[in-house]
Design a protein around this ligand. Sequence first.
Ligand code: G1P
Length: 292
Amino acid sequence: MYHVRKAVLPVAGLGTRFLPATKAIPKEMLTVVDRPTIQYIVEEAVASGVRQVVLVTAAGKEAIANHFDYSYELEAYLQAKGKRDLLEEVQRVTSLIEDIVTVRQKKPLGLGHAVYVTRHVVGREPFAVLLGDDLVDAEPPCLKQMLQVFSEFKGPVLAVQRVPKEEVHRYGIVVGEKVGDRVYRVRDLREKPRPEEVDSDLAIIGRYILIPEIYDYLAQTKPGVGGEIQLTDALAALKDDHPVYAYEFEGTRYDAGDKFGFMQAVITFALKHPELGPRFRQYLKELSQKLS
Ligand code: G1P
């Protein structure tokens, strides 16, 4: 079966890189123009055919599930006040995804562990993992591109992009051999290696299509880099028994988990916004003249 109906979104992290902004709100609720970052991720999943979203959450993260839930009071209020446009926008978010499940990650034991705790909800079928820190501006959406590769190569697919050598220590790095247009068969993969440890600049970004066998490997995975159970380590074991593929997606990825990347995303998405875009472009032009 090469349909992917379920997407796991790990959202249990504390978001310390954005303190103090994230002291009382989840980092996934920080706004890029007019929506929280998590909404972009859910929209990508839904546009790629996903029918169920599995949020891996922790205490203090309730706002994320609430964002996609029905809010009777708010809708009744907007209705009574005749605020049709806002009501439609709110209803659009509510109806984005019908089936949304939350699973608690009781301890912050790493990305591999966050995926592992979804095993009973996902069951024995292929599924996607999307990390909220990576916003991808692409058409077709990044996950949809990956699904094409999945149905062609019939094995797990990791989205990758080339990064400068001095940045390889921030990512899972793939060593692979080219087997198709933008597609590599994974020979080796390492989580956050030192530049001299790998001869590759193909970095995993936060999009994965996985097969249920990954749960069996995650069950055996010992803590790795940072003392955490790493998804990359489980994939490194999986690839010896099941071919794993890396796909250099078409599009631009923003690291919204980093202040600078977040600002780049805000500016780019504002420029593309149907209502705000033209005015914002004019403003940036005037601003750059003042700065030069
Ligand atoms: C995680 C993964 C890493 C991947 C990265 C992409 O790391 O462990 O392999 O390259 O996401 O954003 P994190 O950024 O959560 O430390």
